[in-house]
Design a protein around this ligand. Structure first.
Ligand SMILES: Cc1ncc(C[n+]2csc(CCOP(=O)(O)OP(=O)(O)O)c2C)c(N)n1
Ligand SMILES: [Mg+2]
Length: 325
């Protein structure tokens, strides 16, 4: 599949922005700056980047507890995201959502979700609503391998299928739900085979290969947009950090160091960067400038979040249904 030079660079930039944001958040969490729980996406950046690159601004996504990458790829800005993580009133949810409940409707980001698989049935509903309203939008639902054995998965895929709804189900199989391997939890070699039960196409793709992600997502999203119904995509990947930022030792008490090290050699960012350099589509100087700009964006976001006020107690009423106009 042919991707323009501009988009090639954008794919690299987005993956690097996601990595910088989450690796910085990991440090800020350890330093006690981020309340609540935090789940880093490091190692999985190609999935959010490749899938969201295909989407239009008016399309929707539903995200997970490990959702910062999805938000960044769909247009979320560092400073409002970080302010939300700090619990500040300038955050996307006025500081009341935090990492696992980030949402920004104007970007089509209908919410991260602390409930495993919690976005799947919502996505079926969003897909039905798109169809009912007759627009050509698409909704992408991200969930982990843990989400594939929830009731939501079976209900949501069934509903999306019988309504021929424009939904793309994206299973990020990072091989573990906390410490449980996906193989042990499902007995399956390929989780995408579950698509057969719901009469939709299913595909398993290397989730660390940005071009393979982009191409598979492109086909599924265009299919949904053309009114041909939902697809289940499984992307194989690996998280470099522990299940959550507070987990000691990057999860090495339930997985082997050599397994982690071998996945680090399949780093989606280094892999793509090497390809672009080899093909002469980018130079070392441009990469250095890109990294400096991203670091500046991160530093500005930290300053913005630090200097932002906490929400006032009354603001909870402004957000709630109880508020009388
Ligand atoms: C319904 C539900 N069950 C259990 C949990 C506790 N929990 C939080 S994250 C998680 C594992 C999720 O694994 P996966 O879906 O593979 O996503 P990953 O963390 O690997 O990205 C579990 C069991 C939860 N949040 N919601
Ligand atoms: Mg998982």
């Amino acid at each position: 599949m042919q991707i323009s030079d501009k988009n090639n660079i954008e794919l690299l930039r987005t993956m690097k922005r996601i990595r910088t944001f989450d690796e910085t958040c990991q440090k800020l969490f350890v330093a006690g700056r981020i309340p609540g729980a935090l789940h880093c996406y490091t190692g999985e950046e190609a999935i959010a980047t490749g899938v969201c690159k295909v989407l239009e601004p008016s399309d929707y996504i539903l995200s997970t507890h490990r959702g910062h990458g999805h938000l960044i790829a769909k247009g979320g800005e560092f400073k409002y995201m970080l302010a939300e993580l700090f619990g500040k009133s300038t955050g996307y949810c006025k500081g009341m959502g935090g990492s696992m409940h980030l949402a920004s409707v104007k970007h089509g980001i209908l919410g991260a979700n602390g409930i495993v698989g919690g976005g799947i049935c919502i996505a079926a509903g969003v897909g039905f609503s798109i169809k009912y309203q007759g627009t050509d939008q698409v909704v992408v639902c991200f969930f982990g391998d843990g989400g594939i054995s929830t009731g939501f998965f079976h209900e949501g895929l069934n509903l999306a299928s019988i309504h021929n709804a424009p939904v793309v189900f994206v299973c990020e199989n990072n091989l573990y739900s906390i410490s449980m391997t996906s193989k042990r939890a499902t007995g399956l070699d390929k989780l995408s085979t579950r698509a057969v039960s719901y009469n939709m196409p299913g595909e398993t793709v290397d989730g660390n290969d940005i071009l393979a992600v982009y191409e598979s997502a492109y086909n599924a999203i265009e299919r949904a947009r053309a009114g041909k119904g939902p697809t289940l995509l499984e992307y194989i990947t690996y998280r470099w950090r522990g299940h959550h930022a507070g987990e000691a030792g990057d999860g090495l008490f339930y997985r082997e160091k050599k397994e982690l090290e071998s996945w680090k050699t399949k780093d989606p960012i280094r892999r793509y960067q090497a390809l672009l350099l080899k093909e002469g589509k980018i130079t070392e100087e441009k990469i250095e400038k890109m990294e400096m700009d991203i670091q500046q964006e991160m530093d500005d976001a930290i300053e913005f979040a630090n200097n932002s006020p906490y929400p006032k107690a009354e603001s909870i009423i402004e957000l709630s249904m109880l508020k009388k106009e």
